[in-house]
Design a binder for this molecule. Structure first.
Ligand SMILES: Cc1cc2nc3c(=O)[nH]c(=O)nc-3n(C[C@H](O)[C@H](O)[C@H](O)COP(=O)(O)OP(=O)(O)OC[C@H]3O[C@@H](n4cnc5c(N)ncnc54)[C@H](O)[C@@H]3O)c2cc1C
Length: 391
């Protein structure tokens, strides 16, 4: 017979960056929290990501990008608080991104974006986005190719060492008093009429006032009814790690889907493939690795002498309109969802967690969640997040 655990205020299903952040913020507000993770926390998409924290196109003014910008703006405080709770330095670095421009059309679009973004300034009053000549780009990053038309330089963008972020979140969740259960494979939600009252594994039932579904690419496999209304599917991304001379590049260098992320220790992470037909397969492929290395070599030629470390892949939780589902599920009390963050989940974690913690404590939030409303009819025509790159 299934055993029954005593009820919590909040039951979080999934221990990726989204579920951990939610559990942390809820526990910090004094709620009793249980987090269920099928394997070990922080080992799926959130671990696979290079941790780029980059805002989507600056000429956009919609509520979707406003949410992302606000989440990214909160990152330094989020990391500081994590560090003070746990002692972990998660290597948040506002390194900026240098987006290399090779084609005329891309150059013209960058000019228009820089123009439209002229009102966005940094703390010193300088524009967040600038267009650089090849010589100026070369001054900032001497190892990037000179065969380009120019570069779009964004000083707002940053990175975090996400493996450390996940360790820190795990430690913070436990330090805040939450109960983390690893090896807990949720097989179903527990329902009582229109209300979800918890979730169960093969042998244990967990009850809670609020259940939060944050199981990444697997979210909608857990409950058939939720899956039907809120489809989320896996999109594989492969990453290659190389060991280059420290200082080879100091900013994130990118072109279209290929980007290089320099870590403080000299490692460079090269991302990332976007594979919609991968299913739940997390093995990297020869083709994927080859494409990433070739793309990266074109941007920063000296990396061909770097030592290959390893390659890996993760599954992005993706929705058809590239916007996550965040909030209550229509017709179902006691259930909140926070999933479908596609290529931007590391960056969106702080504000997603704050909004869900508001909803779990007060039933309402001031965060504008309209673009992420689980009741929406996905509209491929309206802009989402992450079409351009992981961020
Ligand atoms: C290659 C790659 C590069 C990326 N780069 C970036 C980037 O640079 N910046 C950025 O912001 N985003 C990036 N992303 C996207 C980001 O990683 C995701 O949006 C984010 O990690 C999603 O977090 P999550 O917690 O929803 O999912 P996950 O990290 O996948 O976590 C979901 C968890 O739920 C657990 N789970 C699943 N089913 C069950 C069950 N039945 N019972 C219990 N637990 C369950 C899983 O084991 C897993 O631990 C990238 C993704 C990939 C794959």
């Amino acid at each position: 017979m299934a055993s029954r655990r005593s009820a919590s205020d909040v039951l979080v299903i999934g221990g990726g960056v989204i579920g951990l952040s939610i559990a942390w913020r809820c526990a910090r507000r004094g709620l009793s929290v249980t987090l269920l993770e099928r394997g070990r926390v922080g080992e799926q998409a959130s671990w696979a990501a290079p941790g780029v924290l980059a805002a989507a196109a600056w000429h956009r003014r919609d509520a979707t990008v406003a949410f992302q910008r606000e989440s990214l703006r909160r990152y330094p405080d989020f990391c500081r608080e994590l560090e003070s709770d746990t002692g972990f330095d998660v290597e948040y670095t506002r390194c900026g991104t240098l987006d290399l421009l090779f084609e005329e059309q891309q150059f013209r679009m960058a000019m228009a974006e820089v123009d439209a973004a002229s009102g966005f300034r940094d703390e010193a009053g300088l524009p967040l986005l600038r267009l650089l000549t090849p010589a100026q780009a070369g001054q900032l990053e001497p190892k990037v190719t000179r065969h380009l038309l120019g570069a779009k330089y964004c000083t707002f963008n940053a990175q975090v060492r996400n493996s450390r972020l996940l360790h820190a979140l795990d430690a913070a969740v436990r330090a805040a008093g939450a109960h983390v259960v690893e090896g807990a494979d949720v097989v179903a939600l527990i329902r009582d009429g229109h209300r979800v009252t918890g979730a169960r594994t093969a042998d244990t039932s967990f009850h809670a006032a609020t259940t939060v579904l944050a199981a990444g690419a697997w979210s909608t496999r857990i409950d058939e009814r939720v899956g039907r209304h809120l489809p989320v599917y896996p999109v594989r991304g492969q990453v290659v790690a190389i060991d280059a001379q420290p200082g080879t590049i100091t900013r994130i260098v990118k072109h279209r889907k290929c980007y290089l992320v320099p870590r403080r220790d000299g490692r460079i992470l090269i991302g990332s493939t976007v594979e919609h037909q991968s299913g739940f397969d997390t093995d990297p492929t020869a083709q994927g690795v080859n494409d990433l290395l070739a793309g990266a070599r074109r941007l920063v030629p000296p990396i061909e002498h770097a030592r290959f470390i390893r390659a890996w892949a993760g599954l992005r939780p993706t929705t058809s309109d590239r916007r996550p589902y965040i909030g209550p599920v229509p017709g179902t009390d006691g259930l909140l969802v926070a999933t479908g963050h596609h290529r931007t989940g590391v960056g969106l974690a702080p504000l997603t967690a704050e909004a869900i913690a508001d909803l779990a404590t007060a039933g309402r939030t001031n965060v504008d969640l309209r673009p992420f409303d689980p009741t929406r009819t996905p509209d491929r025509g309206s802009p989402g997040l992450g079409d351009d790159a992981d961020a």
